[in-house]
Design a protein around this ligand. Structure first.
Ligand SMILES: [Zn+2]
Ligand SMILES: [Zn+2]
Length: 272
């Protein structure tokens, strides 16, 4: 089986509001997204399909055939629209990233000849995207940024061994990074709010449990978590998982960019 991905763009407006709720309730849950006049995004959609190689042509499916189905759907149904007002599906489903992905999946599945949709990813902005694969629930990823100093040094190793393994990262006074943290939750979008988990809640939990502890800090000197634990990104993903998982019941994955070049993932102790 071969997999190929096609990226496309569209711009759309939306708002998040439940008509039966008071203004205050809408504000509390959806914040600025509840503005009834709407706001908008430049969405990036990636559709990955899978299929068998055609030995004669050397391709799985002609990209123009994907475009005929996917791009024409995106252009006709989504691009340049006000989702709540112009698309029937979103009159009864909140146009959250999670619900838009379900709508795209249901609309396109089985429509492209010679291949099947394997995965859809929809990026609302640099700090939020949703994805879905065959027979999985929708996953929502929220991205955060923090700046932190650390020194890689293990008490279990000699000074010599530490220097050998960690090189300049073992510098006595430490050094630092621009970390980008991805928190992914998985689940069924709520029938009313259209959300897998309330974004404001995730933000508040991450602020409390991670940002306050780690942002603009020295991990080795300022945090309880790394007083005796080597603050490698591997250990950081596990520590972050352990801090968030009791509060985010549908936590699926922790992704951590230590730098643009170094990225780490952890799926929790059950996946070990
Ligand atoms: Zn929005
Ligand atoms: Zn480092």
């Amino acid at each position: 089986m071969l997999y190929l991905s096609r990226k496309m763009y569209f711009s759309a407006a939306h708002y998040y509001r439940v008509d039966e709720w008071s203004e205050k309730e809408n504000q509390r849950l959806f914040g600025p997204c509840s503005n009834p006049h709407g706001h908008g995004h430049d969405y990036i959609l990636e559709v990955m399909v899978k299929g068998k190689l055609n030995n004669d042509s050397g391709i799985v499916v002609n990209i123009t055939d994907i475009d005929k189905v996917v791009k024409s759907f995106v252009q006709k149904e989504l691009d340049g629209k006000f989702l709540n007002k112009e698309i029937h599906y979103f009159e009864t489903h909140m146009p959250t990233t999670e619900n838009i992905i379900s709508y795209i999946w249901n609309s396109l599945d089985g429509k492209i000849d010679n291949c099947q949709i394997h995965k859809i990813r929809l990026r609302e902005n640099d700090f939020l995207y949703a994805e879905k694969e065959e027979s999985t629930l929708v996953r929502l990823t929220r991205k955060y940024h923090f700046c932190t100093a650390h020194r890689l040094h293990s008490d279990q190793l000699s000074n010599e061994e530490n220097r050998e393994i960690f090189g300049k990262c073992n510098n006595l006074y430490g050094h630092g990074h621009n970390y980008y943290l991805e928190v992914t939750v998985s689940g069924k979008p709520d029938p009313i709010t259209g959300m897998v988990s309330n974004l404001a809640d995730i933000d508040q939990i991450v602020e409390q449990e991670i940002m306050k502890k780690f942002d603009h800090k020295n991990l080795n000197l300022d945090t309880e978590e790394f007083k005796e634990l080597n603050p490698t990104s591997e250990n950081m993903t596990i520590v972050i998982w352990n801090l968030l998982s009791p509060k985010l019941r549908n936590l699926f994955k922790i992704g951590l960019f230590e730098t643009e070049k170094n990225y780490f993932e952890y799926y929790g102790p059950e996946m070990e």
